[in-house]
Write a protein that binds this ligand. Structure first.
Ligand code: GLY
Length: 400
């Protein structure tokens, strides 16, 4: 009896902690978004002062302060991307200068043909920079990056190669790679080649055919035969098992297919996005932030991955605006809001931790015992992006 009462009190306290600020009206939502963006900008301002060196790119906060990588780390574009968003929030030239500084540090990436991740690295930095400043130099860097990125496309496979570090005969493609198509779509319609669009569509189609499972989940990695395009293996690198559903991979797929539908208008991509989003939403635990893998072996004693939640929320928000059926649109909007409401609570914000990221509780690679239950920069980037997206939707629907 005593235990039941204690459990009840704990649940009640946790429940109030999570729900006390649950916004109900659009105006309450906008207040929450603005307060959260202010917090994010203040954290980014502190991070600039702490890191200072614009050739060092914040990646995670494990022990103490930001751990940084050089420009070649796959996460290097997210910090400059966050700084561009800070400039957008504040319109303060200080943030513009800092965003330019860190973006400039990535200039060589336009020629980096050793990775598919230049989509993340260059589009989050130069892409946001161009969106906000129309600096023509940024545009030509994005176009050159597209040219470099398509050198990794293999027509036998119908995909862009993800990693070079496996056996040289292997042709691995990871679901994450869907994200890097956005740079190709953008470059193609902004002065680039039609071929870049075709390559992006081919990659997305091959990925639907081989990655997408019937239940809307997907494996992390597919190894192809580079000569015949035959699927050799469906495996995982960062998930719990080859046949599990790695949460961030699922989120990359939701976002990637939604973006591909936006860029092409082809319904097969909308169907893929919906199917991946439905799997994500229906497998969420009570607080709407997934464990690092939907089939992690020791749920509920497994770490959450706030980065998967943030990426998926951003993708699902866009999906909600692309669905013509109003009920479906509302379903996705509500799902994304539920995720964001929890991320914007003290359970996930770093407010009380003294860390200088925005979000905490992400997982890089649980099987690799790397970056487990810590802040990681891409969670911040997609969280900030999703707050922007939600605010735009709310402003649009309330007519302001
Ligand atoms: N693209 C690598 C990751 O999501 O960890």
């Amino acid at each position: 009896m005593k235990r039941t009462i204690i459990a009840f009190i704990i649940c009640f306290a946790l429940g109030s902690l999570m729900c006390s600020k649950a916004p109900k009206t659009d105006s309450e939502w906008i207040t929450l978004i603005d307060e959260t963006l202010d917090f994010a900008v203040s954290q980014l301002g502190k991070s600039i002062e702490i890191v200072q060196d614009s050739t060092a790119f914040p990646r995670n906060v494990d022990k103490g302060e930001w751990y940084t990588t050089n420009a070649y780390g796959w996460t290097s574009g997210f910090f400059p991307g966050c700084l561009w968003y800070s400039y957008e929030v504040t319109q303060d030239d200080y943030f513009k200068k800092q965003a330019e500084r860190w973006t400039d540090g990535l200039i060589e990436q336009q020629f980096n043909d050793g990775t598919h991740d230049t989509g993340f690295m260059v589009f989050c930095s130069y892409g946001n920079g161009y969106r906000l400043t129309k600096n023509p130099a940024y545009k030509s860097i994005i176009l050159q990056t597209a040219e470099t990125l398509v050198s990794r496309f293999n027509p036998n496979v119908g995909c862009i190669k993800s990693w070079d570090w496996m056996n040289p005969d292997d042709f691995p493609v990871i679901i994450d790679n869907m994200m890097n198509l956005e740079l190709l779509f953008w470059a193609s319609k902004n002065g680039g080649k039609k071929e870049w669009y075709d390559i992006a569509v081919k990659h997305a189609d091959t990925t639907i055919k081989n990655h997408l499972r019937e239940d809307g989940s997907c494996p992390h990695v597919i190894k192809y035969d580079s000569n015949t395009g035959e699927v050799l293996e469906k495996i995982t690198q960062q998930g719990a098992a080859d046949n599990s559903a790695w949460s961030r991979g699922q989120a990359w797929g939701v976002y990637g297919y939604t973006m591909t539908y936006r860029e092409t208008g082809e319904f097969r991509f909308l169907e893929a996005a919906k199917s991946m989003a439905d799997f994500f939403i229906t497998h969420l635990p009570n607080d709407n932030v997934p464990y690092w893998d939907f089939y992690a072996p020791n749920i509920p004693k497994e770490p959450k991955d706030a980065s998967a939640a943030a990426i998926a929320a951003s993708g699902i928000l866009e999906l909600s605006q692309l669905c013509e059926d109003p009920e479906l649109s509302q379903k996705y909007l509500d799902a994304a809001k539920q995720i964001l409401q929890n991320l914007a609570s003290n359970a996930y914000l770093t407010k009380k931790s003294g860390k200088h990221s925005v979000l905490d509780h992400c997982v890089g690679s649980k099987p690799g015992d790397s970056e487990v239950d810590i802040p990681i920069i891409y969670a911040d980037y997609y969280f900030i992006e999703s707050l922007f997206r939600l605010k735009a939707i709310l402003n649009d629907t309330s007519g302001s």
